[in-house]
Design a protein around this ligand. Structure first.
Ligand code: G6P
Length: 586
C-alpha cells in the first residue's frame, strides 16, 4: 500500500526520502515521487515503476533542499501514471502533499474547490487535500488553523504530510499509520518505522486524530481541535534494524529460512498477556476468529485444533466478509483477530464492527505498534521480526505457534506443542532443499496446480495455493481431498500438477486413494510426505512429527516451491505484481 515519508533537518532531504521509500518497498506500489522545498519553491519529480527505475530515469535524489516528502503509490483512485503519482501540488504550486488512505468525500470537495477556481491535474482523491490546504491557507494565512480546518472536513481514513510555502512540514493522522522519528540530524515522518530506522531509533507514535507541525521553531503535536498533545519518545526495538537481506537473494527466502528461529520466539511472549488471552478464550460464551489472506488460513487451523484438542468451538469468518454477519457479535462474544501487519483495513473493519456490538476483541499481531493492538483488549505479539516479503511466510508459522500454545495450554498439553521439535524439523527441510528447487523448476512451467489436503491439512492446501498464486502467478487451487470427485476431477489431465499434502497420519490412506484417481487421468503428482509412495511422480520428504504438528513443517517445502518457481519465472518474489504487504484500503 502507499507509503509516505517526510524529512526536515540539517542534511539533504532527497537522499533520505528515497532511501526511506526503498526500505518501505515491501508494502507494494506502482509509482513513486518526491518533492523538496528549495529556494522558496517546491520541486517535484515522479514516475511509474520501482524506486530504482524512477530514480535512474529522473534522478530523484538530485533534488536540492533539506525539507522533503516522498511517496510510493498503490493506485486506488485513478490510473497508474505519472500525473496520478504523488506528491500532488496545490493549484498554485505552493503546497505539496503525499497521502495514504482514501478521502471518501473527495468528489464534493473537488467540485466545490473547482467552483472557487482551484485547478486539478490528476484523477486522484489525494489532490483534494493539497487544494483544500491551499484554500484554507489562502483564507486563514496560518498553517495550524489551515490544518485544523482541513481535517475537519475530510472524510475517510488517511494520513498525509504537507509542505507549506514557508517550508513548514505538517502531517495529520486519521486511522492510517504515521510515526515520527526524532534524529540528531532532524525529524522524520513516515508510515512505517522502516522509513527512518536507518537514521534514528527514537520515535513518537501519534494517536489517531492528531496533527504534527515541524518548522524552525521545533515540533508540535495537536489534536484535531487544535489542543496541544504531549508525547514521550519511544525507543524502537532494535530488531527493526534487521531489515537487510544479508546473504539471501530475496527477503522471502531469508524469511522462510528464519523459521527454525522465529518459531522458538513464540515462547517469548509476556506471560501476563498470554494468561489474560487464555482466560478470555476459556471463559468465552461464543468465539469467532478472523483475518485476511494468510492470517485467515492460520485462523482455519486454529479452529481445527481448538475443537479437536481443547474442545472449544470457534467460528471463523474472513475479515472482508465479517460485515455481512453482524449477528455473530454481541456482548458475550469474543473475536480473535489475526494480522501480521495489524493494519489490514478489512481486519480493522471487522474488529470495529465487533466492538460496535460490544464484543471483546483480542488479537495476535506482529507489528505491535500498529493499529490493531490499540483497539484490542489484549494483544499477543508474534515476535518474528519484520516481515518484508509481501507473501507471508514466517509470520504464518509464528501465528500457528501462538495459537497452538494457547490451545495446548487449555487442552492440558494434549496437543504436545513442542517448538524445539518443530524448529529441528524445519531445519532438516531447509538444510538441503536442492530437490525442492529442482521440482520448483518443473512446476514453474505449469499452468494449473491443485493442492490437496484433508482435515488439518486442508487449510495448508489453501495457504499453499495462496503462496503459489502470489509468487508465481500460476493458477493454483487448494482443495479438500474428498471434494475431488464433486467437480475438480473433471479438470485432471496430463497438463495438470497436483500437490498432495500427505503425511503418514489418519488422512494418509484416503489421500493415496485420491492420488490414484488423479494419476489415472494423467496429472502429475507431487507428494509431500514423511513416507514414500509410488503414486508420487515427485516426492518431497518431510520429517515425521505428531499429526497435530505437521502443518508447521509441511508448509515450509511449499513456501520454497513457490519461491523457487517465482525465481525461475523471473518474477520478483519479494514484491509480487498487484499485491501489497499491508492492505490499508477496504
Ligand atoms: C495482504 C498480503 C497477504 C496477507 C494479507 C493479510 O493481502 O498480500 O500476504 O496475508 O494481506 O495481512 P495481515 O497483515 O493482516 O496478516
Amino acid at each position: 500500500m502507499c507509503s509516505i515519508i517526510g524529512y526536515l533537518g540539517d542534511i539533504a532531504a532527497a537522499q533520505i526520502v528515497v532511501n526511506g521509500l526503498k526500505r518501505m518497498e515491501y508494502r507494494g506500489y506502482d509509482s513513486v515521487g518526491i518533492a523538496t522545498f528549495f529556494g522558496n519553491q517546491i520541486l517535484v519529480r515522479k514516475g511509474v515503476g520501482k524506486v530504482e527505475e524512477v530514480n535512474s530515469k529522473v534522478k530523484l535524489y538530485m533534488l536540492s533542499g533539506n525539507i522533503g516528502i516522498g511517496h510510493t503509490r498503490w493506485a486506488t483512485h485513478g490510473r497508474v501514471n505519472e500525473t496520478n503519482a504523488h506528491p500532488h501540488l496545490s493549484s498554485s504550486g505552493e503546497i505539496a502533499i503525499v497521502h495514504n488512505g482514501i478521502i471518501d468525500n473527495y468528489k464534493e470537495l473537488k467540485e466545490s474547490l473547482q467552483r472557487d477556481g482551484y485547478r486539478f491535474r490528476s484523477e486522484t482523491d489525494s489532490e483534494v487535500i493539497a487544494n483544500l490546504l491551499q484554500y484554507n491557507f489562502d483564507t486563514i494565512k496560518n498553517i495550524k488553523d489551515s490544518m485544523i480546518k482541513t481535517v475537519s472536513v475530510l472524510r475517510g481514513d488517511y494520513s498525509f504530510v504537507a509542505v507549506f510555502p514557508d517550508g513548514t512540514l505538517s502531517a495529520a493522522r486519521f486511522h492510517e499509520p504515521l510515526i515520527l522519528g526524532v534524529g540528531k540530524s532532524g525529524y522524520f515522518i513516515s508510515s512505517d518505522v522502516l522509513g527512518f530506522v536507518q537514521y534514528t531509533d527514537e520515535a513518537i507514535y501519534p494517536n489517531n486524530g492528531e496533527i504534527i507541525i515541524i518548522n524552525a521553531n521545533g515540533l508540535q503535536f495537536l489534536d484535531f481541535l487544535g489542543r496541544p498533545v504531549k508525547h514521550e519518545i519511544t525507543k524502537i526495538s532494535r530488531e527493526f534494524a534487521d531489515v537487510y537481506k544479508g546473504k539471501y537473494a530475496h527477503f522471502t527466502l531469508k524469511e522462510i529460512s528464519e523459521q527454525p528461529n522465529t518459531i522458538l520466539k513464540t515462547a517469548d511472549n509476556t506471560r501476563s498477556e498470554l494468561e489474560l488471552f487464555i482466560e478470555l478464550v476459556k471463559n468465552a460464551k461464543s468465539l469467532h476468529i478472523t483475518g485476511s489472506g494468510t492470517s485467515y488460513n492460520a485462523a482455519l487451523i486454529a479452529k481445527h485444533i481448538f475443537l479437536k484438542y481443547a474442545k472449544i468451538k470457534i467460528e471463523s469468518v474472513i475479515a472482508s466478509e465479517a460485515r455481512f454477519y453482524p449477528d455473530y457479535f454481541d456482548n458475550h462474544s469474543i473475536l480473535i483477530a489475526l494480522s501480521q501487519s495489524g493494519e489490514s483495513a478489512d481486519v480493522l473493519e471487522a474488529v470495529k464492527m465487533a466492538k460496535r456490538h460490544n464484543s471483546t476483541v483480542i488479537s495476535i499481531v506482529n507489528t505491535m505498534t500498529s493499529s490493531l493492538p490499540q483497539i484490542s483488549s489484549v494483544s499477543v505479539g508474534l515476535n518474528c521480526g519484520p516481515e518484508i516479503g509481501v507473501a507471508a511466510t514466517k509470520s504464518f508459522t509464528s501465528q500457528l505457534g501462538i495459537l497452538y500454545k494457547i490451545a495446548d495450554n487449555i487442552a492440558g498439553g494434549h496437543i504436545g506443542f513442542d517448538s524445539q521439535k518443530i524448529s529441528q524439523s524445519m531445519k532438516e527441510i531447509l538444510v538441503d532443499h536442492s530437490k525442492i528447487r529442482d521440482i520448483a523448476k518443473i512446476l514453474s512451467y505449469a499452468s494449473d496446480i491443485y493442492i490437496i489436503g484433508r482435515g488439518i491439512h486442508y487449510p495448508i492446501a489453501l495457504e499453499a495455493s495462496l503462496k503459489l498464486k502470489e509468487l508465481t502467478y500460476i493458477h493454483a487451487e487448494g482443495l479438500p481431498g474428498g471434494e475431488l470427485k464433486h467437480g475438480p476431477l473433471a479438470l485432471m489431465d496430463p497438463s495438470v500438477y497436483v500437490i498432495i499434502i500427505n503425511p503418514h497420519d489418519s488422512t494418509n490412506q484416503e489421500n493415496l486413494a485420491s492420488a490414484h484417481e488423479i494419476k489415472v487421468r494423467g496429472a502429475k503428482i507431487i507428494g509431500i510426505s514423511d513416507k514414500y509412495d509410488d503414486t508420487y511422480d515427485y516426492w518431497i520428504k518431510i520429517p515425521t512429527i505428531s499429526e497435530a504438528l505437521f502443518p508447521f513443517i509441511e508448509i515450509v517445502p511449499i513456501q520454497l516451491l513457490a519461491y523457487y518457481a517465482a525465481v525461475e519465472k523471473h518474477t520478483d518474489p519479494d514484491y509480487p505484481r498487484n499485491l501489497a504487504k499491508s492492505v490499508t484500503v477496504k
